[in-house]
Design a binder for this molecule. Structure first.
Ligand SMILES: Cc1ncc(COP(=O)(O)O)c(C=O)c1O
Length: 482
């Protein structure tokens, strides 16, 4: 007995001993009234200090797992170890249709597996090598010394007030009329969209969006039971004629658009089109959910106002953004800016579902933003991504025989190959050579786009970008000519 007690590093030994004995007692390996070894015996048996055993025994006694008898030693208390008849439920039968659909649509779970040696163009997460952890630590220590006690307690469903004010100001500087608008802090863009979809009436059960669009939004629309109509994308945003036709033919609940550095195409909707879109949606009195997740990642061209800014004092744009691409996705902090009345409703939905986003995360983020570290980080990150963007464009132009290449900024490019080329088959061949990318059809509303693919370059080194593109290009030429 006790010979299977193994000490692991970096955890107090008395806690490890306490947990070890606790497990033996709750599993019934040490039984009621059984005498435990004396502290001297156990310390010598396990080659640990007697004090360590004394502390572990004292804790176990306090938890009611053992009792001490003066002059006799320590004994195991009465602990219920009875197990009821064990049964095996079939959980597949018990989960609902939405869950089954979520599982089916879970590409991370069911998609292709690759290892670290691969050159993966799949991700559009930030390059963690750029993170200025030192400044984040500074912000953390600062905020904790100011109000550590407060931020560790429950906070407000709407979010951490200084962060809300910071973001309202941030949106104002971007040209948004924030009068009668408010902000709700969310766990990233994804929760923001989910909250909105859970809160709006599904009168027509139909949503309009760009085709292609980001797969996480498509997944949520499907999980919420919406029919999805996609609008083709010209090089300067959605095809307005198609949008007009769809709006005149069918009834929609809202549209979902990503005007800047759209995912997956990287297209930026022109100012003219933004205005046309706003005019159309005003005429039809329809809400637009605008995703501004990538807006800051502009490497060239002039600043374009968001749809939320075009709306002026109008209240039909629900703007969602997040710090996932422009800063740290691990924080899971995003925000919804919308009409005060709507935010008031969303606040209750948020409270009912998750109470609030981590106040600690929001508070440290606020400190980081307020201390000016974000601006500095963004400058550095943009210069690195700009270089990677240019490099990716340059090598794609040199090595990949594409029909169309789009992506004016952000962290990815989108490629349309000749119609007869199946990007999934190409992927299988590239996979054998250690290169992966995302086939474009996962982003399409109608399962089209078999000849398209997305290349995310943010986390790759310049060498990997060049080598990966050459491999994709060679594979294309060897299999399809050109
Ligand atoms: C279009 C789009 N919006 C937003 C996000 C960020 O989502 P979240 O803030 O939930 O991490 C992503 C991430 O890839 C995205 O592709």
């Amino acid at each position: 007995m006790f010979n299977d007690f193994k000490i692991t590093e970096n955890r107090p030994i008395y806690i490890q001993l306490k947990e070890y004995l606790k497990r033996m007692i709750t599993n019934g390996h040490l039984i009621e009234n059984q005498k435990l070894p004396s502290t001297r015996e156990l310390s010598s048996l396990l080659s640990i200090s007697r004090n360590t055993v004394l502390t572990a025994y004292a804790d176990l006694e306090q938890e009611g797992l053992i009792y001490a008898v003066k002059g006799k030693g320590n004994f195991v208390s009465r602990v219920e170890t009875f197990k009821s008849l064990s049964i095996q439920l079939n959980w597949t039968d018990k989960v609902n249709e939405q869950t089954l659909l979520a599982d089916e649509l879970d590409l991370k779970k069911h998609g292709m597996r690759w290892n670290k040696e691969f050159i993966s163009f799949n991700s559009i997460a930030p390059d963690e090598k750029l993170f200025d952890v030192g400044n984040f630590k500074r912000a953390f220590l600062n905020r904790m010394s100011m109000e550590g006690d407060i931020v560790l307690n429950y906070g407000y469903a709407k979010g951490y007030q200084p962060l809300i004010e910071y973001l309202l100001h941030y949106m104002e500087i971007k040209g948004v009329d924030t009068r009668n608008k408010d902000i709700l802090i969310t766990n990233g863009f994804t929760e923001g969209l989910d909250l909105i979809l859970s809160s709006l009436t599904k009168k027509n059960g139909r949503v309009l969006c760009e085709n292609p669009t980001n797969d996480s939004a498509l997944k949520l629309f499907r999980l919420h039971g919406f029919e999805i109509d996609g609008i083709e994308m010209d090089n300067d945003g959605v095809n307005i004629r198609q949008l007009e036709t769809l709006l005149s033919k069918k009834e929609y609940d809202f549209a979902y658009l990503i005007p800047s550095y759209h995912n997956p195409t990287g297209i930026v909707t022109s100012s003219q089109k933004r205005k046309e879109i706003m005019d159309l949606f005003s005429a039809y009195q329809l809400p637009i959910i605008e995703n501004g997740f990538n807006e800051e990642l502009r490497y060239s061209g002039s600043h374009l106002a968001s749809l939320a800014s075009f709306a002026g004092q109008g209240n039909n744009v629900i703007y969602i953004s997040s710090f996932s691409k422009i800063l740290f996705p691990g924080l899971r902090v995003g925000w919804i800016l919308a009409d005060k009345e709507l935010i008031n409703f969303l606040e209750s939905m948020k409270r009912a579902r998750t109470i609030h986003t981590s106040t600690l995360d929001q508070a440290v983020l606020y400190q980081y933003l307020n201390d000016g570290y974000f601006e500095k980080y963004l400058k550095k990150a943009k210069s690195v991504y700009k270089r990677k963007h240019e490099l990716t464009v340059h090598y794609c132009q040199q090595f990949i025989p594409f029909k169309r290449l789009t992506g004016d900024g952000g962290l990815h490019l989108f490629i349309e190959l000749e119609d007869h080329i199946d990007a999934r088959k190409l992927l299988e061949k590239c996979y054998q050579k250690g290169v992966v990318f995302l086939p474009g059809n996962i982003f399409h509303t109608d399962n089209s786009g078999h000849h398209t693919l997305r290349l995310g370059f943010s986390r790759l080194t310049e060498r990997e970008i060049i080598d990966g593109i050459k491999i994709i290009g060679d594979t294309l030429k060897n299999n399809y000519g050109g």
